[in-house]
Design a protein around this ligand. Sequence first.
Ligand SMILES: Nc1ncnc2c1ncn2[C@@H]1O[C@H](COP(=O)(O)OP(=O)(O)OP(=O)(O)O)[C@@H](O)[C@H]1O
Ligand SMILES: [Mg+2]
Length: 231
Amino acid sequence: MLTVEKASLHYGAAQALRGISLSAEMGKITCVLGRNGVGKSSLLRAVTGQHPLSSGTVSFNGVALNGMAPYGRAKQGIGYVPQGREIFPLLTVKENLESGYAPLKRAERFIPDDIFSLFPVLQSMLSRRGGDLSGGQQQQLAIGRALVTRPKILVLDEPTEGIQPSIIKDIGRAIKYLRDSTGMAILLVEQYLDFCRELADQVYIMDRGEIVHEGPAETLDTPEARRHLTV
Ligand SMILES: Nc1ncnc2c1ncn2[C@@H]1O[C@H](COP(=O)(O)OP(=O)(O)OP(=O)(O)O)[C@@H](O)[C@H]1O
Ligand SMILES: [Mg+2]
């Protein structure tokens, strides 16, 4: 289980997280919702080690992650699908997937078959350049690349952003499959409410660097939760 306790994060003098606490359990989809600029990506940067906390702690299955580099966290089993996908545009699809080998032991350096079962398009495009793929295909590639690292928790930052509906469905199916068949923990940041409602077990809503609502997915439709999400 991933546990974040009283996490604060600053960019210079600007505070983006204000004492956030949350947890993401194995075999569950935990969804973090919130409007633009409330600190969702900052939270994930703190979890994956892209940006240090100014105070508070992050731990995964009892291992303290504070101060550990992103590479070390990948080795601990944290897989990251960043906002905007961050595909290597000049590398092929195969090479993008192989970039996920970095934290793996030599014997584990292969692409698991279920990545191609989840996203068959990747197999048919292995030798194409990442930059030549559509946005939706790049998103599938970014998820595939994270899965190559054999994560125990998959952390996704707005995977539906700018993606066509048919591929959003595929991504939703893949996330459910990962939860149900592998017992992986999923930490999903989204602005797309319907996608979260369909997938989430547990939800958190953020506003201005704080958690303002938490509960089971059903609580998303309460007036109190709605108030935090409408502009
Ligand atoms: N590198 C940075 N330097 C300074 N301020 C930043 C930086 N990154 C983010 N911020 C600020 O921190 C706050 C939170 O940003 P963050 O990217 O975490 O929000 P978000 O909820 O992910 O937004 P979005 O929904 O648009 O992706 C915003 O006010 C943003 O302007
Ligand atoms: Mg963001």
